[in-house]
Design a binder for this molecule. Sequence first.
Ligand SMILES: NC(=O)c1ccc[n+]([C@@H]2O[C@H](COP(=O)([O-])OP(=O)(O)OC[C@H]3O[C@@H](n4cnc5c(N)ncnc54)[C@H](O)[C@@H]3O)[C@@H](O)[C@H]2O)c1
Ligand SMILES: [Fe+2]
Length: 386
Amino acid sequence: MWAFHNPVRIQFGAGVLETLADSLQGRPYALVTYSDPVFQQLSERVAALAGQPALVIDNIKPNPDFTELEISCARWMSVEQPPEVIVALGGGSVIDTAKVLAAADGNFHRVRRFLQQGTGRDELAVVPIIAVPTTAGTGSEVTCWATVWHSEAERKYSLALPELYPEVALVDPELTLELPLSLTVSTALDALSHALESLWNVNRNPVSSAAAVSAAREIIDWLPALVEEPRNLMLRSRIARAALMAGVAFSNTKTAIAHNISYPITLRHGTAHGEACSFTLPTILRAVSGESAELDALLAQVFGTPVEVGIEQLEQMLHRLGVSTAYQDYGISNREWHEIVDAAFAGERGANFIGKKDRFLAVSNNAQLSNTETQTKTGASAHNPL
Ligand SMILES: NC(=O)c1ccc[n+]([C@@H]2O[C@H](COP(=O)([O-])OP(=O)(O)OC[C@H]3O[C@@H](n4cnc5c(N)ncnc54)[C@H](O)[C@@H]3O)[C@@H](O)[C@H]2O)c1
Ligand SMILES: [Fe+2]
């Protein structure tokens, strides 16, 4: 028995932003975005398409943190008539901020209490969101949770409520044409991680698996070409669609071990989310292959080759994209690595993983040995920047 549910209305295609007014249906809206000049221009375009926003919150920085979220929520209270809908124009940080704003309705304390103490669920509000992603990575436009960072306490929370699924996702690949190369790579690798995480997941179902296989294949097949031709709209469309499909997949399964390993690495070592949750993918694949015949068959579809060959090719692809698969290259000591892995397997997302910790550590230790041997022979680091 299984079930699949995702209530987001998805509109996809180059130029689909032009339909924003249809989604707004005349409701007063808050525009949430970054402060960069390119987003000021984009905000002007949104205002021309959909009328002036009732409120603009344009101070969003990567990885929304308690302090900034409190400031953004206070701005919500600065207008007399609170907006009826939020337009989130940006990547995961903007869409996740919009979800916090939607739940807080001006009072961040409510969200904070719910995250830290698990109380006050009934006091959380629900303002509808129209998500317009400008990165092709997080899938937040089709999930009902937001990653909330509390860096001071070295903690990451997940604000997860079924009401937080955006009302509409307007996915316009044209908006990603100017995404810098390093962000293009790290966000696409985040999406690849979402796809694979939803496959080696105890919660996978036939619909999530079909979406995940298609997403992972597309990213593996087309990301290297996009790096060569970042202004190619057809390639941007493929990766935007793949990130969306990966989002659809993990909206029903949640993430698993790669993401749980990534959070302390981002918090303590500043590694971008996309790299932090993808550098372990080959190690995890080696540790999980053979654990389930069904998973092996799905992975064979992803790679289109025997799985061992596919894993080698994926690892080489990551290296060519500048992503080392050795934890030491992220400033992590052997001891810290073991602590992170222990905690990751013990956590809720870790329990979603169908593989075993002992096997993961055995593969990781082998890789460490061969990495040390290679470095001793060549004097080089495994890291190979783009
Ligand atoms: N809610 C979810 O389901 C989910 C899933 C995965 C990750 N996340 C979270 O999302 C956040 C990461 O989001 P992200 O990777 O999309 O990046 P981001 O939103 O943090 O943005 C990173 C940078 O990209 C720039 N940028 C974004 N779009 C651009 C464009 N089109 N052109 C030029 N510059 C652009 C921004 O100005 C910003 O400086 C993290 O906090 C992560 O934890 C959430
Ligand atoms: Fe992610």
